[in-house]
Design a protein around this ligand. Structure first.
Ligand SMILES: [Zn+2]
Length: 427
């Protein structure tokens, strides 16, 4: 059997696919109530469904939401030890790009062999990808790199993931001697606007475990997200004509300011990193009579999350004592939970991914995301979905770049992963 490795022509195809996909404008729009939020996302989805057909996925379809689904049927011969025992594995990436940076008219720049140093972007002399801001550049000397021309984003988030999955599917077609279980592919829309799983039907997708390929660095596997709550603080004051307000007026504006003022500095997103939780006042509106303040509460454990919410309540109690006439309500709502809680219940989905990374000769790096992912939501609705690196760097910016080498390794790790699932299921 051929070793699991992309050869020169596979790599060219990976590059061609990626360059083709990034030139299709798929920007999503958080202000649009429709689904998908922008019709143009379907332009790429349609291409992907057709290409999957051409690669032998007879059931490839795009649905009304612009999601693409396809099956690569398992090919284990009857009598193989794992036949009938390998779970169906899902591979997932998103087609849309970030709405804050122009995504139309992408003109990719290909650097055949990166020689080190800062990278000038040909479309805008003010834009330079600097080594100082991109320490990963030093890990990619000699690699083929792709950037935009500096006037748009590149869209490696997440078209790198899309191209990597398509390349893994193409490789399996070229290598029928590679034996694997059933694979389900999904490309989703509107991930960047937080609605990437809104129409995802886990039951009909039919995978028992899945992986997203999205963002992050070579060898990184992400199995943790934040636990997230939102808190709303409502201050009711008492309005009186200010000329006759002595000893009567209770100004909700001042009460709300006192709350914000008393938040411990070390609880804020601008003073925290890594595994530290935060409390973030991000929206305030109102007047003398009534003020509402919205907070994000974030932590990696539910205990720390509760502590932060209690910290907020303690501040509110203090302020209530200072303004006896004010009424203050705190309302905390659950947003999402750390997917590690779910993955811990059946950790082979993660362990096998680590195995696959080691088979590439790399040491896996386990990482926690200071945010949420589609995988986190899927993990809580019944489909455990850790994230595998896709390689994109400085995403959401005109200085986005990606190494073709890291992309090729992502395709390869996916294939290794399918092999690990076969071997472990046979045992
Ligand atoms: Zn992404």
């Amino acid at each position: 059997m051929a070793a699991i490795a992309l050869d020169e022509s596979d790599r060219r195809e990976l590059l061609d696919r990626f360059l083709r996909y990034v030139q299709v404008d798929t920007q999503s729009d958080e202000n649009s109530p429709s689904s998908p939020s922008t019709e143009k996302q379907k332009n790429l989805s349609r291409i992907l469904a057709e290409e999957l057909h051409a690669l032998g996925c007879a059931d490839a379809v795009m649905d009304e939401w612009g999601y693409v689904y396809a099956t690569v049927p398992g090919n284990l011969p009857k009598g193989h030890k794992a036949a009938g025992k390998v779970p169906t594995i899902g591979l997932i990436a998103h087609v849309d790009t970030y709405q804050g940076t122009l995504g139309a008219g992408v003109r990719p720049q290909v650097i055949e062999a990166y020689g080190g140093g800062d990278i000038a972007l040909p479309g805008d002399p003010r834009q330079t990808i600097r080594v100082a801001d991109n320490p990963n550049l030093s890990r990619c000397v000699g690699h083929m790199l792709v950037t935009s021309d500096g006037t748009t984003l590149l869209g490696a988030d997440d078209k790198a993931g899309v191209a990597e999955i398509m390349t893994a599917v193409a490789w399996m077609k070229k290598h029928p001697e590679f034996k694997h279980g059933p694979v389900r592919v999904a490309f989703t829309t509107d991930e960047e606007v937080g609605r990437g799983t809104e129409h995802f039907d886990v039951a009909s997708f039919g995978a028992q475990y899945a992986y997203t390929l999205d963002g992050s660095d070579l060898a990184e596997i992400e199995d943790e997200t934040f636990c997230a709550d939102s808190a709303l603080v409502v201050v009711d004051g008492h309005d009186v004509h200010p000329g006759y307000a002595k000893d009567k007026l209770v100004n909700a504006v001042r009460v709300a300011s006192a709350i914000i003022e008393r938040l411990p500095r070390e609880f804020l997103p601008e003073t925290t990193e890594k595994r530290q939780p935060y409390l973030h006042p991000y929206d305030i509106r109102g007047d003398v009579t009534k003020v509402e303040v919205k907070f994000l509460v974030r932590a990696f454990t539910e205990e720390e999350l509760r502590e932060r919410a209690e910290g907020l309540r303690a501040v509110v109690l203090d302020v209530e004592r200072l303004f006896p006439g004010a009424r203050i309500k705190v309302e905390v709502k659950e947003s999402y939970r750390n997917m590690a809680y779910k993955i811990r219940e059946d950790s082979k989905v993660l362990d096998y991914a680590f195995d696959a990374v080691r088979r590439l000769g790399l040491e896996p790096v386990r990482r926690a995301i200071r945010g949420g992912t589609d995988g986190a939501r899927l993990s809580f609705i019944g489909l455990l979905t850790p994230n595998i690196w896709a390689g994109g760097q400085s995403f959401h910016s005109v200085q986005e770049w990606v190494s073709l080498e890291w992309m090729a390794k992502a395709s390869e790790v996916t294939l290794h992963l399918l092999e690990v699932w076969v071997e472990r299921s046979a045992a």
